[in-house]
Every structure is written in structure tokens, then in C-alpha cells.
Design a protein around this ligand. Structure first.
Ligand SMILES: [Zn+2]
Length: 176
């Protein structure tokens, strides 16, 4: 418990300045579907409704989203979401934010590298590979930062209780 609190404190310190640096993007988000399948089109509609409902401008760093039914969620080169969370608004929103935050971190590479260095010094031997880690050590540490920011964004948009519920079910903070 103390270790978990300490880790959170480190993450908070590492990430405290991130959003103060952000440049807010303007204009609509273009949501495309890869195969125009019914499920992809349904998720496009669901995501459009979510983006109308919640003000995500603070967390929008790329304005093109592709929905591809069989893809793994990923941020680059184009933010791509699968249909795994179709019908689960909070998880879909959280996945969108997660991939957007990868863009943010890529745009603030030096701050990201500094945060990873601090985390690595305090918590060496981070897991690599599934089920607990990402595909490299750097990516595992990077995901601690991305997921911390994702949780902060979720809390602001949907509140603490729904964030806790959503985070418990989410997979991106392990592997995506
Ligand atoms: Zn990820």
C-alpha cells in the first residue's frame, strides 16, 4: 500500500507539468472506418456521440481516428481503435484518450524520457511482455505515464467512480 502510494506520488510528480505544456488543437475530429462494416459504423456513431457529450479538446492531439474492426488499438501512424468496446461508452472514451495521450507524449519526448528515467531509478526491473508488461522496458515505463494521464483525464470527464470501474476492465494499460 505504501509502495503503491509512493509510486503514485512519483507518477504525479513526473506528470505534473505535462498538461501545462499542452497546446489545444482546434477543429473537428475526423472519424473514418476501415471496412465500413456495421460494427465499425456503429462505433463511429458511438464515438461521435461521446465526443459531442464530453469536451476532449484538452486531450486531443491528433484529429484523425480510424476504426478498424480487427486491429489492435494503436496510436501511430494513425490513431486506430478496434470495436472491442462497442457499447461500452466509458471504455471506448478511455481507449480514445489513451491513444491520444501517446501522441501527446511523443510530442513531449524529453519530458517523457526524463519521467521514464525517474521511474526506472525508483522501480527497476519493470515487466516486459504480456501479461504484465508492454513489448519493451521503455514501453512499460511509458505506459505507466500514459495510463496515469489517462486516469486523470477519465476522472475529469466521467468522475472517479466510473474511472475506477473502467480502469479495472481496461486492457490498454497493460499491453496497448
Ligand atoms: Zn498504449
Amino acid at each position: 500500500m505504501i509502495a503503491a502510494r509512493r509510486r503514485l506520488a512519483v507518477l504525479a510528480a513526473c506528470c505534473a507539468f505535462f498538461f501545462s505544456l499542452s497546446v489545444f488543437a482546434a477543429g473537428p475530429i475526423d472519424i473514418q472506418t476501415s471496412h465500413h462494416s456495421p460494427r465499425e459504423l456503429q462505433e463511429k456513431l458511438e464515438l461521435e456521440q461521446l465526443l459531442n457529450k464530453y469536451d476532449v479538446s484538452k486531450y486531443t492531439f491528433t484529429r484523425t481516428v480510424v476504426i478498424e474492426e480487427r486491429a489492435m488499438n494503436h496510436a501511430f501512424p494513425v490513431l486506430t481503435l478496434n470495436v472491442h468496446f462497442l457499447g461500452s461508452d466509458d471504455e471506448l472514451l478511455s481507449s480514445f484518450l489513451h491513444e491520444q495521450l501517446h501522441w501527446y507524449l511523443a510530442q513531449h519526448r524529453f519530458a517523457m524520457e526524463d519521467a521514464v528515467r525517474q521511474l526506472k531509478a525508483m522501480y527497476p526491473r519493470a515487466p516486459v511482455g504480456l501479461p504484465e508488461g508492454a513489448d519493451s522496458e521503455y514501453s512499460t515505463y511509458g505506459h505507466l505515464i500514459d495510463c496515469y494521464l489517462e486516469i486523470q483525464a477519465d476522472r475529469e470527464l466521467i468522475g472517479r467512480e466510473r474511472t475506477n470501474d473502467s480502469s479495472r476492465r481496461g486492457q490498454d494499460c497493460r499491453a496497448g
